[in-house]
Ligand binder design. Sequence first.
Ligand code: DGL
Length: 288
Amino acid sequence: MQVDLLAGTGHRPLAIPRPRSTILVFDSGLGGLTVLGRTTRACPGADIVYAADDAGFPYGRLGEAALVARVTDVMERLVARFHPDLVVIACNTASTLVLPTLRARFAIPFVGTVPAIKPAAAATRSGLISVLATPGTVARDYTRELIGTYAARHAVTLVGATRLAGLAEQALKGEAVDDAVLAAEIAPCFVEAAGRRTDVVTLSCTHYPLLLERMKRLAPWPVEWIDPAPAVARRVADLLPAAREPGLPGRDATAVFTGGGALTGPLRIALAGYGLAQVVVDPMPLEN
Ligand code: DGL
C-alpha cells in the first residue's frame, strides 16, 4: 500500500510506503491465540502484540466489578507501552462486560469477541442451540440480550463450563488432558427433546477452538461448532484497510504476559508457531 504525495504537482510520483499499524490482541490467557491466528492472516500489514493477562486467569471466576477494574488497569499499561491503533478483546468473558468502559476510556477502536448467537440461529435446523462458554459469559445480561434479539424462537442451552478454558491451557502447554474430563465438560451441550437434538454449538470462549478436534471426536453426535474468530478478523481488517496488504517490514510479533509463571518449553514453541517471536513478562499480580 503506497501514498502518492506528489499527485497533481507535475513531478514524477514518489511512492512512500504507509507506516504499519499496531494491533493488540488481548485475552486472559492463551485462548486469544485462536483469534490472533485469523487476525494475522487478515492483516499481514500490521504489527501484532499478543497480551495474556495470565496473572488474572481465569476471568470466568471473577465478579463483574473486579473484572471491569482488572481489564481497565491492564489495558492502561498495555496502551501506554505499545500504543496500539486497534485492540481486539479476544475474550468473551471480558467483551460481554467491559467494552463500554474501554471505549469510554480510550480513544482507539476496540473490537470484541461475543457469543455467535446470530449465526447459530441462522444455522440451526433442529432449533436446539447450545452456547458453550465460561460461567461468567453465560451469566451476563449481554448474552441473554443477544439470545432475546436473535434466537428467541429457538431453544438455547447455556453451558457454563468451569474447567474447559484451563484444560485448553494445559493442552497448549503440552500437559495431558483426560478424554473423560473433556467429555464431561461438553456433555451438557448435547440435548435431546421431542425427537430433536442439538445441532449447533457456539464456541463462546476463545480457548475452546484449541480443543476443537478432540471435542468433535468426543461429541455424542456431530454438530456444527461456531468459532467467531473469522468474523472478528474480518471486522479488524475492515477497520484497518491499509493493514490488509503487506507493507514495510514490521517489528517482530510480541507476546506479553502479566504473570509468565507457566511459560514452558512446549508453550514457547506453540507461541512461535503463532508467529510470536518475542516473549516478554510484565508482572502485574492480581490483587484480591
Ligand atoms: N478466553 C476467555 C473467553 O473467551 C475466557 C477464559 C477465562 O475464563 O479467563 O471467554
